[in-house]
Design a protein around this ligand. Sequence first.
Ligand code: HEC
Length: 109
Amino acid sequence: MGFRHAAAALIAAAAGLSAAHAQDVAVGARKAIACQACHGLDGVSRLPEAPHLAGQPALYLERALRAYRAGERRNEVMSIAAKSLSDDDVRDLAAYFAAIQIEVKSPPK
Ligand code: HEC
């Protein structure tokens, strides 16, 4: 395969990925209603004991949800919240919360 073919294939693959990703984000936004009481629909936590989810890497969020679901990570509420999530739910929710853009400011000195 020549360079042009390789580049075209890569671009096509990337376009396919981002299309699937955008869809996951939209579906995840609807599913995230189940999480909003604690994590906020914008991924900014509403409870002192719940972590912010906005902008966390999708890979990390997926791992955390799978760990709760599998019982490898335990928490009174999250073990229950993650129990009935399908693999699609985990992917969509992770894609949604990861896609939220956050801005960070260092504390004043
Ligand atoms: C009743 C409140 C509540 C609800 C509802 C809830 N969570 Fe949580 N979530 C928590 C708390 C509290 C923690 C911290 C648990 C711990 O210490 O492990 C947490 C932790 C997490 C983490 C781990 C974050 C990290 O930084 O390690 C993820 C991911 C997560 N929740 C996703 C979700 C998703 C997705 C939903 C909706 C399907 C949801 N949660 C619903 C309270 C909630």
